[in-house]
Design a protein around this ligand. Structure first.
Ligand code: FUB
Length: 328
């Protein structure tokens, strides 16, 4: 494929792509943006998504097949509002979709829906996962029978409302020189429907071995993703209000992870979000931007571009869309 990014679904707005190889094809599980008319705010109320589609491709530069709507808020018994970034994992003949959704008290929880096919439809369970909170779940299949869920996001993602897996009386943010609020990881139970353990903090260290601070422009904000390369664990994420996709490398699924650099520089639109996947011997960065909608940050479009490593295992930085954020 060409080195420039290409848009994948030009006739609709899709964002937050989670991509996996199932049955020899690429399957894309995105959020489905739409014009809800809700004004933009720091809580993300304008991201009022209400269903998911699934897409597949035989090749990274090939035709994109839309498998249609596979899950709707109205089918989820505990639903309040806002279906945000989901992910899908496979185990023993079944596909498990993990989705963040606000419950009827406006609290983000993570739900599970199950299918026998990667293209869905997915049938939701009656309740969210016990002990789940915040949003942006991403699941690593570690290849040894274990699956790990990474999750969490600041501001509208509500992660600042929790410490040590307990809800706080009031949300708090650390001072700029204190350790940043970390994303979380938990191994999934054998049946894939619940956490097997209490979620743990995912610690990202700087090159001196100190946790990234809350004032660091590369600190975690949302959009966790985990992939493995040459036996190492690559944890990547969005820095939110500084608009980058960054990554850190560790030796095991729990970390700690040492900060390495920027994978994707800012794109057009407030959010940036991605997944990294190997397919037919090449690596790809799936992501989104708001160029086609003229910069409307709640109407995002899916893209893919090839991702390359340096010989030392670091990732070559990819430039976001050519248009500057300030030009939007
Ligand atoms: O799509 C809604 C939210 O915007 C996602 O959950 C975040 O990662 C950001 O992309």
């Amino acid at each position: 494929m060409k080195k420039e990014a290409r848009y994948l679904v030009p006739n609709d707005y899709m964002a937050d792509p989670s991509v996996h190889v199932f049955n020899g094809k690429l399957f894309i599980y995105p959020s489905h943006d739409w014009e809800s008319g809700i004004p933009e705010n720091d809580n993300g109320d304008h991201f009022n998504m209400k269903d998911y589609h699934v897409f597949s491709m035989q090749d990274a530069d090939g035709e994109v097949t839309d498998h249609g709507v596979v899950l709707r808020t109205e089918d989820i018994p505990w639903a309040g509002r806002q279906l945000w970034d989901c992910d899908v994992a496979f185990k023993a003949g079944k596909y498990y979709m993990y989705f963040p959704l606000k419950d009827q008290n406006d609290i983000f929880r993570i739900g599970v829906a199950v299918s026998e096919r990667p293209e869905g439809p997915f049938i939701p369970l009656d309740n969210p996962m016990k002990g789940s909170y915040s949003m942006d779940p991403a699941v690593l299949d570690d290849g040894d029978g274990n699956h790990y869920m990474y999750f969490g996001g600041l501001w509208g993602g509500q992660l600042q409302r929790y410490r040590d897996n307990k809800a706080l009386e009031c949300a708090t943010f650390p001072a700029d020189d204190e350790p940043a609020i970390p994303p979380r990881v938990a191994r999934l139970r054998e049946d894939m429907l619940e956490f097997a353990e209490a979620p743990r903090a995912v610690i990202i260290l700087d090159k001196d071995g100190k946790p990234l601070t809350a004032g660091n422009e590369h600190r975690f904000f949302e959009a966790s993703w985990m992939h493995k390369y040459n036996g190492k664990y690559y944890f990547s994420y969005s820095t939110g209000d500084t608009h980058m996709i960054c990554y850190a490398i560790g030796d095991n699924p729990y970390g700690p992870f040492t900060y390495q650099g920027v994978i994707l520089t800012p794109v057009v639109g407030w959010t940036t979000h991605h997944s990294i996947v190997e397919f037919k011997g090449k690596w790809y960065l799936f992501h989104h931007d708001s160029v086609p909608s003229g910069g409307r940050t709640w109407l995002r479009s899916l893209k893919v571009v090839e991702l390359e490593y340096n010989p030392d295992g670091t990732i070559k930085t990819i430039e976001g869309a050519a248009t500057c954020r300030s030009e939007v």
